[in-house]
Design a protein around this ligand. Sequence first.
Ligand code: FES
Length: 127
Amino acid sequence: MDSKTMAKRAQSRNIGTEGKSEGYERHVLVCTGKSCCGDKNKGVETFKFLNKRLSKLKKEGRRFRCSEVSCLSICSGGPLVIVYPEGTWYHSVTPEVCARIIDEHLLEGHIVEEFAFAHNPLVQKCE
Ligand code: FES
């Protein structure tokens, strides 16, 4: 497999390949490991809820990406979610909390501070 072929594959999944705005707006990682909430189904439930809502938003022209991960190394207070590029870490993300994160953070750009416990942005700051 070469990089050009991989880039085409990425483009078919709405992943930007030129560093421009053609890609997705935000990336949401959801931990579905059982160690952070004692029950793997809770993380899976949140992931399924998120995936369904993001699919609906895609039909409205919004481009968000979500990925299921097996562990984020905190292993407590789950389900855990991270939203990039802000690098906002959320705890206790039930489907109800996830709905708030979608409405307030993804769509409006406001962090849901009530459930945020860490901020590790990956964007460069210009001064
Ligand atoms: S299992 Fe979720 S952070 Fe480790």
